[in-house]
Write a protein that binds this ligand. Structure first.
Ligand code: IMP
Length: 185
């Protein structure tokens, strides 16, 4: 990664410009956590959060530290992207290691683009008879996914553009950036 200046970086030969600052990300997550706390604070039955790896690991870590109700956390690893494009196929690289039957599930995603990943995962979970399933994403590209699956908690909506940073990558690079950058055309 080459840092050109405060607002531009080069990753894998492509230039990205700063789009969402670390401060704005923190404010978005604080607001999301308040919304989630309000919904789950009086839920008496078990609540589990499932983060979809790899991209959501930083978001998950920051989000759960702002949650005030009892919950456990779990991870699955799904892959649908090669480079800057969705392949349209979902590969389960690490499957869920817990039983969701009779539990309230909140799925935590970094970004919803075509919606295929979350749609496939919600469908798979639903077959295991959880008590409830809700979805939360830091970023959403509504023009691409056309709301194919309900998203209950949305951090920020984007135009159909490719972004990196704060857990999101290009070919594995750029996840460590504390702000989010978009591809410069
Ligand atoms: P979907 O199945 O098309 O909704 O894509 C979901 C996954 O694709 C996300 O969890 C990300 O890993 C990846 N993805 C989608 N858009 C972007 C992007 O703009 N930058 C980096 N990764 C992305």
């Amino acid at each position: 990664m080459i840092i050109k200046d405060q607002n531009e970086i080069v990753l894998e030969g492509k230039t990205f410009e700063k789009y969402i600052s670390a401060e704005e990300i923190d404010a978005i997550i604080t607001r999301l956590a308040e919304e989630i706390n309000t919904v789950y604070k009086d839920v008496a039955s078990e609540i589990i959060l499932i983060s979809i790896l790899d991209g959501s690991f930083i978001f998950m870590a920051d989000l759960i530290r702002k949650l005030t109700f009892p919950h456990t956390i779990h991870f699955v690893k799904l892959k649908s992207y090669e480079g800057e494009e969705s392949t349209g196929h979902i590969n389960y690289i690490l499957d869920l290691q817990t039983d969701v039957r009779g539990k309230n599930v909140l799925i935590v995603e970094d970004i919803i683009d075509t919606g295929l990943t979350i749609e496939s995962f919600v469908e798979k979970l639903s077959n295991q008879e959880p008590l409830s399933v809700q979805t939360c994403t830091l970023l959403s590209k509504p023009e691409v996914h056309n709301d194919i699956v309900p998203i209950h908690f949305i951090g920020k909506e984007l135009a159909p553009e490719f972004v990196v940073g704060y857990g999101l990558d290009l070919n594995g690079y750029g996840r460590n950036l504390d702000s989010i950058y978009k591809l410069k055309i």
